[in-house]
Design a protein. Sequence first.
Length: 152
Amino acid sequence: MEMHGELRIAAPRQAVWERLNDPETLKSCIPGAETVDKVSDNEFSARVVARVGPVKATFNGKVTLTDLNPPAGYTITGEGTGGVAGFAKGSATVALEEDGAETVLRYGVQAQVGGKLAQIGSRLIDATARKMSDEFFKNFVNAVTPGGAAAG
């Protein structure tokens, strides 16, 4: 599954970059996140509870940042296991471009699931992934933007 998007954030690029790398910001923005801990400058561990149709699972995983180009962007890769529910893994390229006092965030996401989750059906999985992605970016824009409002 692939998703692409672009957001305009009413905040300077450096501030957006810093928040993209802040575990507390990420925890507050990721739907179902219970923990997000910084392990090193380019690695986080996380525990996220997700529901896909009838399957609810707690995923434990790690996130690695590569292709670091501060504050212009990076590639973020994650993999998590949810016990009998299966696994989820994916990556996203994130690019930040200055536009006056605002920042344009562009992203491209690739994800795959396996195990019990894969048996649910790709349409339901895709819809859930899109919903979670949209919710993350909405939460992120609100967390980064002074006053919590932004155009999408």
